[in-house]
Design a binder for this molecule. Structure first.
Ligand code: NAD
Ligand code: DAU
Length: 351
């Protein structure tokens, strides 16, 4: 085997695309999916590759140092790609401490495990931390986030991710851990949990529920197809420079209301509805507290230095995403039963 890589959070949305890419593209690598299987983790996301000889699943929690020691000792990894996290901003507003535990303390536990396991010999090793553009806070009407933009997180989620980024950087400086960080914009695509805007609205159009647009709907996000993010992660893991940070973005800014209208149009086409049918479900609701007005990534560094750029247009990516949800209605039914209903009621019924 060429390399052994632990991917944390591999049963989640982005993690499952990263795991699949590495398992299929690098048959010589051993890929260990370390995941606690929280509400967001779902092994159904990986059914197609679960029997691959180079794929291993370990149900383990990054908050449990015994779990980490066991997995590190068992597999002796050369690389870590760290995606495990609490990832939803609205949940962080309801329950900030869960985000501190998993995103901050969990990340420090993982850094300690790598430090302890690799000791002074970290040549050829890599600790790759996956982070978000939300650490930079909000932009006004113009400008972009670059790698040197000051951190200014506004939500408990982004504060916890910012903190984890600082710890990763600090372990690089203090203990010479071979760290690397990427900060990416909003992902969308297959397997996206329907608490986030795009899959929530696809599900609500299918089930004919209101589409809850927060505030005035003029908030702007920079959207990237999840498989393009997985391709960027592959490239950075293999060719990125140690101790560097790279921003990853879609070159694709959309105001929420414009995105929702495009989604409604594509869903109407898919469902054979008359034009405008799904738009009738749009309902403006109370805003998210601390809502960041605009995110936009300047991805020039990863583009120039590593040659990465997105491969699909937004309309292509959205069509692929919608097709996936229609072909995987059973997946949608599974993930929206149980805990999801309770969260949905808490989040939306009093808005
Ligand atoms: P997700 O919520 O879909 O998946 C998170 C995964 O982590 C789940 O499989 C869950 O079971 C696992 N997990 C949670 N707590 C754990 C713990 N204590 N121990 C082990 N596993 C645990 O998240 P996602 O949207 O795929 O995001 C993955 C990473 O990418 C996160 O670090 C997130 O901050 C970052 N990110 C996400 C986006 C986005 O648009 N979704 C954009 C930029 C960065
Ligand atoms: O920017 C990267 C981040 O993108 C990631 O780090 C996060 O993990 C990921 O969840 C995402 O955060 P956002 O808060 O931007 O994504 P979300 O899909 O929750 O919301 C996108 C926009 O849509 C945001 O402006 C809030 C709005 N929104 C969201 C929901 C769920 C609504 O108007 N209504 C909704 O019901």
């Amino acid at each position: 085997m060429d390399k052994t890589i632990i991917i944390t959070g591999g049963a989640g949305f982005i993690g499952s695309h990263v795991v699949r890419r590495f398992v299929t593209k690098y048959p010589g690598y051993r890929i260990i999916n370390l995941d606690a299987l929280t509400y967001a983790g779902n092994l159904e996301n990986l059914r197609d590759i679960e029997n691959a000889p180079n794929y291993f699943f370990e149900k383990a929690n990054i908050l449990n140092t015994d779990d980490l020691e066991r997995v590190f000792t068992l597999y002796q990894p050369d690389g870590i790609i760290h995606l495990a996290a609490e990832s939803h901003v609205d949940r962080s507003i309801l329950s900030p401490l869960d985000f501190v535990y998993t995103n901050v303390i969990g990340t420090v536990n993982l850094l300690n495990a790598a430090k302890q396991y690799w000791k002074d010999d970290s040549s050829g090793k890599r600790f790759y931390h996956i982070s978000t553009d939300e650490v930079y806070g909000a932009l006004g009407k113009t400008g972009f986030f670059t790698e040197s933009t000051a951190y200014s997180p506004n939500s408990p989620y982004s504060a916890s991710k910012a903190s984890s980024d600082h710890f990763v950087r600090a372990y690089g400086e203090t203990y010479h851990l071979p760290v690397i960080i990427t900060n990416c914009s909003n992902n969308y695509g297959p397997n996206h949990f329907p608490e986030k805007l795009i899959p929530l609205f696809i599900n609500n159009i299918i089930t004919q529920k209101p589409l809850p647009v927060y505030g005035d709907g003029l908030y702007t996000r920079d959207w990237l197809y999840v498989k393009d993010h997985a391709a960027a992660i592959d490239l950075v893991f293999h060719e990125g420079k140690e101790h560097e940070t790279y921003n990853i973005g879609g070159f694709n800014e959309w105001r929420n209301i414009d995105l929702v209208k495009l989604l409604c149009k594509l869903m109407d086409e898919k469902l054979g509805n008359v034009h405008g049918a799904s738009e009738k479900l749009i309902t403006y609701v109370k805003d998210r507290p601390g809502h960041d007005r605009r995110y936009a990534i300047d991805a020039a560094k990863i583009n120039k230095e590593l040659g990465w750029k997105p491969s699909v247009t937004f309309e292509e990516g959205l069509k692929l995403t919608i097709d996936w949800y229609f072909e995987n209605k059973e997946w949608l039914t599974h993930v929206t039963s149980g805990e999801y209903q309770q969260y949905y009621n808490e989040q939306y019924t009093t808005r």
